[in-house]
Write a protein that binds this ligand. Structure first.
Ligand code: XIL
Length: 312
């Protein structure tokens, strides 16, 4: 079978996958190491995973992914420093003053990005700051700190790990729409203020047959602002059961997304959000949906895998 990481490297991009640290053995580990040249911990670097109780740090899962990646010559995407979800309750439900929360966020970024300094290629510094209409999501960070929390987070991340490429990441921003317009305007404004942002992540949790027709143009407009772009969490779900027709459409969709990245020089790479249907969040979060990844539950390549290989 073709090796995605080698095909991608020949084009100057990476092909990555999200992984679950506790599964990194046996066939799962073999496929992750052989086929992909970038890993994202699916959950292990989220605030709720690393500091569930204030001052009580749990780094074993995150360490395991970073160690595995280094052993196999893979990049790491750190995911994620500032996000409204999977927050520890002590952060989400604290009764904060602005100065109090600002200090806690700065300390979190310094601690986590500092721990892995020099070992992370890309950090998703801020994840999912927007509502669908392009207004700011009313997270605890937005409510207490206001719009400026995004710029503050990027400055803190740069100070903690100057070599890491710093990304702003969100979903439903793959095509040109109100939400990606807001992201575009924010990136332009951050750049104009000298805020250290290096890239934009398009999560790309897509539906079979619905790759946005403006994906390539959208990647290009961000690139034209002077930032890199990555597809950071690609999966393409379908209503179960999977049929040959749906799997064929999914193959075309994976191919199209990969081609859109290849078409823009500043597109750094693509990460799938789990490489196997046995390690996908989709069935748990979208009722009746699944089969969203390039490998089936028994680690057999699906048509989608060959669609990626054809694009590369
Ligand atoms: C998902 C994980 O895959 C699940 O295991 C977890 O239960 C919930 O989060 N956007 C993101 C990712 O940025 O962190 C999410 O990951 C999927 C949506």
């Amino acid at each position: 079978e073709p090796v995605l990481r080698d095909l991608a490297a020949a084009h100057g991009i990476y092909y990555g996958t999200a992984v679950t640290a506790s599964k990194l053995n046996g066939t799962y580990a073999t496929v992750a190491a052989q086929q992909f040249d970038s890993l994202t911990p699916g959950n292990e670097m989220k605030w709720g995973s690393v500091e569930p109780v204030r001052g009580d740090f749990r780094w074993s899962g995150a360490d395991a992914v970073v160690d595995f990646a280094e052993a196999h010559g893979q990049k790491v995407r750190g995911h994620t420093l500032v996000w409204h979800s999977q927050l520890p309750s002590w952060v989400e439900n604290g009764s904060w003053t602005a100065d109090g929360l600002r200090a806690v966020v700065a300390d979190h970024i310094a601690t986590e990005a500092g721990r892995y300094k020099g070992r992370i290629d890309h950090w998703d510094v801020v994840n999912e700051p927007f509502n669908e209409d392009g207004t700011r999501r009313q997270s605890v960070f937005q409510r207490v700190l206001g719009d400026g929390y995004v710029a503050e987070a990027f400055r803190a991340a740069r100070a903690a790990d100057p070599a890491a490429k710093l990304y702003l990441n969100d979903y439903n921003v793959e095509g040109i729409n109100a939400k990606s317009d807001a992201m575009y305007n924010l990136v332009r404004s951050l750049k104009a203020q000298g805020v250290p942002i290096d890239g934009v992540g398009l999560q790309a949790h897509l539906i079979v047959g619905q790759v946005p027709s403006t994906l390539r143009a959208n990647i290009q407009r961000f690139a034209d602002l002077g930032v890199d772009v990555a597809v950071t969490e690609l999966d393409i779900r379908m209503t179960l059961p999977a049929t040959d027709a749906k799997l064929a459409q999914q193959k075309a969709d994976y191919k199209a997304v990969t081609q859109a990245c290849l078409a823009v020089a500043r597109c750094a790479g693509v990460t799938v959000w789990g490489f196997t249907d046995s390690d996908s969040w989709i069935p748990d979060f979208f009722e009746g949906q699944g089969a969203a990844t390039p490998y089936d539950e028994n680690y057999r390549p699906k048509p989608a895998y060959y669609g990626i290989a054809e694009a590369l």
